[in-house]
Design a protein around this ligand. Structure first.
Ligand SMILES: Nc1ncnc2c1ncn2[C@@H]1O[C@H](COP(=O)(O)OP(=O)(O)OP(=O)(O)O)[C@@H](O)[C@H]1O
Ligand SMILES: Nc1nc(=O)c2ncn([C@H]3C[C@H](O)[C@@H](CO)O3)c2[nH]1
Length: 206
């Protein structure tokens, strides 16, 4: 018997995670676990001054996701019920390794490993890989005020960090199925056939 699906959609900022996760949740009738962005008190300040606010922001994301995934474990995974989320907890480490340095990064890493070691892990990860140009276009189209301050160099670094992190994940967790979506070419919003292609890939795993 195939394991009960816990699907996570990942990719750098604006790649289309929430959009794709929502579409898949509707199509497969699987509950959606969505990141709450609007109530984050640090994001605005963070984009104005990354060095000053990074530790608070990374800890805030970590604690929120910890709570959400702890609940998910109890509500879905341990009851063998499928679930889909628009993030993987691993993104915390990807971002923190870019935004934190020295002692703070060391402390963060310890807390991250302590908190995440017994959290439920997705067994299917959809990784949307997209270029700087595509991400900038989508971030602009979405029009969140605080994201106008995102430095293109930061975004480009994140794209590269995601590439490295996903190569490491594939090696470390061969039991996790990673579906890579080319976000520059696959426009699952405008082209239904692109969405159907992803649906078929997921269906084979269910
Ligand atoms: N494949 C796509 N084609 C065209 N537009 C898209 C596509 N995917 C997402 N969009 C649009 O791009 C914007 C960003 O998408 P979305 O919010 O899903 O990204 P995200 O990866 O969840 O972002 P974040 O990293 O901030 O959580 C939205 O306006 C969305 O409608
Ligand atoms: N620094 C940092 N660490 C994270 O874990 C993290 N997760 C998401 N984000 C940013 C991207 C979008 O602007 C916005 C919504 O996803 O929040 C993060 N930023």
């Amino acid at each position: 018997m195939k394991p009960c699906p816990f699907i996570a959609v990942e990719g750098a900022i604006g790649a289309g995670k929430t959009t794709l996760a929502t579409m898949l949740s509707d199509r497969f009738d699987i509950p959606l676990l969505k990141e709450i962005v609007e109530e984050n008190p640090f994001l605005d300040k963070f984009y104005q001054n990354i060095e000053e606010w990074s530790f608070q922001l990374e800890m805030f994301f970590l604690c929120n996701r910890y709570k959400q995934l702890e609940d998910t474990g109890l509500q879905y995974v341990s009851r063998h019920q499928p679930v889909i989320s628009d993030y993987h907890i691993y993104k915390n480490l990807i971002f923190a390794q870019r935004t934190l340095k020295g002692v703070k990064l060391d402390k963060y890493r310890q807390i991250y490993h302590l908190l995440t070691e017994d959290l439920p892990k997705p067994n299917i990860v959809i990784y949307i890989r997209a270029s700087l140009e595509t991400l900038q276009k989508r971030i602009e189209m979405r029009g969140r005020d605080f994201e106008t301050a995102i430095d293109p160099a930061y975004l480009q670094q994140l794209i590269e960090d995601y590439e490295t992190a996903f190569a490491e994940l594939a090696e470390r967790e061969p039991e996790t199925t990673i579906i890579t979506v080319n976000g520059d070419e696959m426009d699952f919003v405008e082209h239904p056939e692109h969405f159907e292609h992803i649906v078929r890939q997921v269906k084979e795993l269910l």
